[in-house]
Design a protein around this ligand. Structure first.
Ligand SMILES: [Zn+2]
Length: 302
């Protein structure tokens, strides 16, 4: 306990002295203060985003951060802002870049995601993940101490309301949008939406075979209908609903082009070779265009 007393002392001082964006700067690079008590750690455009919300009762996290080093950063940031415990951690998807570091926060955090999330995590679990990461640096090796897979303690079906202190979190299951179980987290009073990886910020998404583009488009419609002020995607910096418009435009154009080429009698392989999306040349992950084309092909060939 002794070693943490200094930290809490500093946090109390900081709590009295600082209000507003300065606190987020204090938390280090990549941290954004979204609203009072709502913070996001978005290191850059591509890396997994993770967030925390302070309530009167304790902390609620959204996603467990990309690497264990990021998670340790996050834990330190939370301790700077509050001495309250992390009560819940809500996953927006099952992939390890969002869920692999549960062990840093749980216990005490109870993990929540939609039905099928635990089974999905077990299916995708890479037993070599820790070993591969540990080889990166001595710091990473240290950050991995206690590493183990922790599937969600709570799985909900379709919708769930989580009331913690003065805050309400509405969990909305999004079907077929990215992983085995995807959850959007909506804070209606604050009008902040954690949108999962149904859309990222200017990045071609690595679409798994289970993703269905019309379901993805339906999820954008649903999330836009909530009328959020701030949208936090699974990867990238905080944004607004313009992210959904961008992706809707992209998938619509992609399906149109794939449909036109298919109508000319081209094969999938020919389409993958010839189709270009120059309007999206500034997006990251250009090498993922072929898997996006495969998913669009499934839709137009139905
Ligand atoms: Zn993912």
């Amino acid at each position: 306990m002794k070693s943490t007393l200094g930290m809490f002392g500093a946090a109390v001082v900081a709590g009295f002295l600082w209000v507003g964006a300065a606190v987020a700067q204090d938390l280090g690079p990549g941290f954004h203060k979204i609203k009072d008590g709502i913070y996001t750690f978005a290191p850059d455009q591509g890396t997994t985003t993770c967030s925390f919300v302070v309530t009167e009762e304790g902390v609620v996290m959204i996603d467990a951060c990309n690497s264990p080093l990021h998670s340790r950063n996050m834990l330190a940031a939370i301790k700077k802002v509050t001495d309250k415990p992390i009560l819940f951690l809500i996953d927006t998807e099952t992939h390890s870049d969002h869920t692999g570091n549960h062990f840093v926060f749980s216990p005490p955090a109870r993990i929540i995601n939609a039905e099928g999330a635990g089974a999905g995590m077990k299916k995708e679990y890479n037993p070599k993940r820790a070993e591969t990461l540990a080889a990166q640096s001595p710091e990473m090796r240290e950050a991995l101490k206690g590493e183990k897979m922790i599937p969600p303690h709570i799985e909900y079906k379709d919708r769930m309301t989580l009331n913690v202190g003065e805050r309400t979190f509405e969990l909305i299951y999004l079907k077929n949008v990215h992983s085995f179980a995807d959850t959007a987290v909506w804070m209606p009073k604050e009008r902040v939406l954690f949108a999962s990886s149904a859309a990222n910020v200017k990045t071609f998404i690595n679409m798994r075979p289970s993703v269905v583009i019309p379901d993805v488009l339906a999820s954008y419609k649903l999330m836009k209908s909530l009328n959020p002020e701030i949208v936090i995607a699974g990867h990238g910096q905080p944004t607004t609903t313009k992210i959904f418009d961008e992706y809707e435009g992209y998938y619509t154009l992609l399906m149109k082009r794939v449909g036109e080429m298919a109508a000319k009698g081209m094969t999938l392989d020919q389409v993958k070779q010839e189709l270009k999306m120059p309007e999206y040349a500034d997006w990251q992950g250009q090498d993922r265009l072929p898997v996006n084309i495969e998913q669009a092909w499934k839709v137009v060939k139905k």
